[in-house]
Design a protein around this ligand. Structure first.
Ligand SMILES: Cc1ncc(COP(=O)(O)OP(=O)(O)O)c(N)n1
Ligand SMILES: Cc1nc(C(=O)O)sc1CCOP(=O)(O)O
Ligand SMILES: [Mg+2]
Length: 205
């Protein structure tokens, strides 16, 4: 999540999301209108502080230097970013490395490079990433699971509480969302509706 995606102040969105059941946070400050420089660092610090107080891992998207500067819990990188093996080397064994994969071959390479989890997408059409890959559907998750990969898989791309169930049924361990929570008028409820899917208890009905 980044500031441009938020319907309300990002700090409040994060507080509400965690109250609703969000268990993992990625700071992704990019796109037209995103904060840069010291403003981006300051927002990161504030969001990290909220995560720390609530015991939620704080992951930095793309930016290894920022992650090292803040002693973040980890970094998420994609296929166009720094090599995953380099990120693992720079962060050491105790930090979290997440890697985006859009194919079985990319998933296998990411695991060889030291990934702790894989972000798989876009599962559905997304408006939050202008340069997203073509939609993969849930089939890509089934394919990666069928190949025997046991690393945690996180579906991403256009996911919300109404369409998340097939992503989990395909074999994902979790879902990563931006607009479903950051763009919601009630981020706590949006997060709670997603969290309920993991408890097998759909509270939206
Ligand atoms: C959990 C998760 N999965 C995938 C991505 C996308 O990463 P990437 O392909 O590097 O694209 P950007 O987010 O950097 O635009 C992600 N961020 N998180
Ligand atoms: C950041 C990102 N990565 C994707 C991928 O497919 O790797 S899709 C995506 C955007 C997710 O935002 P929303 O939940 O609003 O669709
Ligand atoms: Mg990236």
């Amino acid at each position: 999540m980044g500031s441009i995606n938020c319907a309300r102040p990002p700090e409040q969105v994060l507080i509400d999301a965690i109250a609703g059941g969000t268990t993992f946070f990625q700071y992704r400050e990019k796109g037209t209108g995103a904060l840069t420089g010291s403003a981006a660092v300051e927002l990161a610090r504030q969001l990290q502080s909220i995560c720390r107080a609530q015991g939620v891992p704080f992951i930095v998207n793309d930016d290894l230097e920022l992650a090292l500067q803040l002693d973040a819990d980890g970094v998420h990188i994609g296929q166009e970013d720094a090599p995953a093996a380099l990120i693992r080397q720079q962060l050491g064994p105790d930090k979290i490395v997440g890697v985006s994969a859009h194919s079985l071959a990319e998933a296998k390479q990411a695991i060889a490079d030291g990934a702790d989890y894989l972000g798989i997408g876009p599962v559905y059409p997304t408006r939050s990433k202008a340069d997203a890959e073509p939609v993969r559907g849930t089939a890509i998750i089934e394919q990666i699971r069928a190949a025997g990969i046991t690393l945690p898989l996180v579906g991403i791309g256009g996911i919300d509480a109404r369409n998340a169930a097939p992503v989990l049924q395909a074999g994902a361990d979790g879902v990563a969302v931006i607009s479903a929570i950051a763009g919601a008028l009630d981020s706590r409820l949006a997060a709670a509706e997603l969290a309920a899917l993991f408890a097998g208890d759909n509270i939206s009905e």
